[in-house]
Design a protein around this ligand. Structure first.
Ligand code: SF4
Length: 487
């Protein structure tokens, strides 16, 4: 669908498009002059929004008129204020709420997250609590203001109550992220900066560059006095590396991993071998991920993952047998060709393994151009919502509790990704990353280092280049970017 917007405030066009995506999924948008708006030929596949405003006695009235796919109007008001930043926030919120109400009325759809389009809804709850509200009051405020469903409000409450038990970052400690941007094959829905391992010619120079960056970070930690809280090796799939290359990276990281947790994403079961698990165990890593995504071989083939459900189970049992006591598993709700009984079967096989944490993702497809790769239809938003609900029930039945969530654009049913863990085994790195509460020193291609200031919400970033060859050639520059971030 195409969204056309006639407005004098084009800076909010993207925010309006985000609200429209809650109801219509992926869509493109463009602004059009008011003069053209009335002459544009409208079809069922076009939504034209005409945005006007009027002000009286310090209050601004935002008016939206929709034509084309939907014909309706809506209005919202906000109070003018002296601080331009606050004014901009109120202005944007009023505009988004007006469109949300308009589309909710016209479509008859009640989105689970209401008018919320942000990726971290828990932040709103924390913000209310910082103003002095209790958890219950804060969740209720967010529920009312943004029209969040009771089920999602309960989820917010469960997550924030889990997060309250976790240690807060001190400001003198940092998380360390190390990216291994290789995979054995590429999944059809992948949006990560990862490349296929191919003939492996980039492994050696990549590891050499990474070792250089690790050595630099060790020096930097001494200079800045920062201590390390968590180490997270992700990707891509770190275990796509040959065992010796993986050993070199993890050994170099070992002296840093003195904090609460050291995670290595084993990820794809087809890359997990006894030898690589031993390398991980010997490095002192305490937490790994073995990601099934689904326990249906047909779906795994369809999405380009070259492993079977049986291989997932074998990899999991091997890891347990070798002594791993903290294993995470990722699932995806909404995979092509899957229905509720299939998802229930996936949950049944997952529950039989009793992992220590589970992340239930919702399939997010940024470009509809990849849909034809699947060769099967995607389940609709309602069914995916049901799958998320079943995932939540299964996690609770395993004794796991939700501890972080994030949303992405282009998700089926405007849903979310939720992580559940056995209390005490929450992944602190993931929480701090998602909530943006801790510093991050990110190494490897595509890593984004962050410096977080404790008050005022200021965050500065230093990204590494995403292209693997560029990273290898410019690793010294990536080190300097980090140094500048802490200057
Ligand atoms: S395993 Fe993950 S990083 Fe690798 S291709 Fe699949 S989705 Fe992308």
């Amino acid at each position: 669908m195409e969204l056309l917007i006639a407005t004098d405030w084009p800076q909010f066009a993207n925010d309006l498009a985000d609200v429209a995506r809650i109801f219509y999924g992926a869509l493109s948008y463009r602004t059009v002059p008011f003069a053209d708006a009335s002459q544009t030929e409208l079809t069922e596949d076009t939504l034209l929004l005409i945005h006007r405003e009027s002000a009286e006695s310090g209050r601004v009235k935002v008016l939206l008129e929709a034509r084309g796919r939907v014909g309706d109007t809506a209005a919202e008001t906000y109070e003018k204020c002296a601080d331009p930043l606050s004014e901009k926030r109120l202005h944007k919120r009023a505009l988004k709420l007006a469109l949300y109400r308009l589309l909710k009325n016209a479509s008859g759809i009640t989105p689970p997250w209401g008018s919320l389009t942000g990726i971290r809804p828990t932040r709103l709850v924390w913000a209310e609590m910082e103003k002095g509200q209790t958890l219950a009051q804060a969740v209720d405020t967010v529920r009312r203001v943004f029209d969040v469903s009771p089920e999602k409000a309960a989820l917010l409450r469960e997550i924030v109550s889990s997060q309250q038990t976790l240690p807060k970052p001190s400001g003198r400690e940092t998380e360390i992220y190390v990216g291994i941007p290789f995979c054995v094959t590429r999944c059809a829905y992948c949006s990560f900066l990862s490349g296929e391992l191919g003939d492996g010619r980039l492994v050696e120079p990549y590891v050499a560059a990474l070792l250089k960056e690790i050595a630099f970070v060790k020096e930097m930690l001494k200079e800045t006095g920062l201590s390390v809280s968590t180490v997270y090796v992700g990707g891509g799939t770190p275990t796509a590396l040959p065992a010796e290359a993986l050993r070199q990276v993890l050994l170099a990281l070992e002296p840093l991993a003195v904090g609460r947790e050291f995670t290595v994403e084993a990820g794809r079961p087809d890359t997990i071998t006894r030898e690589k698990l031993k390398v991980i165990m010997d490095s002192g890593a305490s937490r790994i991920s073995v990601n099934p995504q689904t326990f249906h071989d047909e779906t795994l083939r369809r999405i380009g993952r070259a492993h079977t459900a049986k291989q997932t189970e074998e990899a999991f049992y091997l890891a347990r047998e070798m002594g791993f006591r903290d294993i995470n598993m990722d699932l995806i709700a909404g995979l092509p060709g899957e229905d509720l009984p299939m998802f229930e079967e996936t949950l049944r096989r997952l529950s039989a393994l009793q992992p220590d944490s589970v992340t239930v993702h919702t399939l997010s497809i940024k470009h509809s151009s990849v849909l034809h790769l699947f060769g099967a239809p995607l389940p609709d938003g309602e069914m995916v919502a049901r799958m998320q609900h079943l995932g939540r029930e299964a996690a609770h039945a395993m004794g796991l509790k939700a501890y972080y969530l994030y949303r992405q654009k282009y998700m089926a049913g405007a849903l979310e990704n939720v992580a559940y863990a056995r209390p005490g085994l929450e992944c602190l790195y993931n929480v701090r990353m998602m909530e943006e509460t801790g510093h991050v020193l990110a190494l490897g291609a595509g890593g984004i280092s962050k410096r977080v200031w404790p008050s005022g919400g200021r965050i500065a970033r230093a990204p590494n280049v995403g292209n693997i060859e560029e990273y290898i050639a410019r690793v010294d520059e990536m080190c300097e970017r980090k140094r500048a971030l802490w200057a």
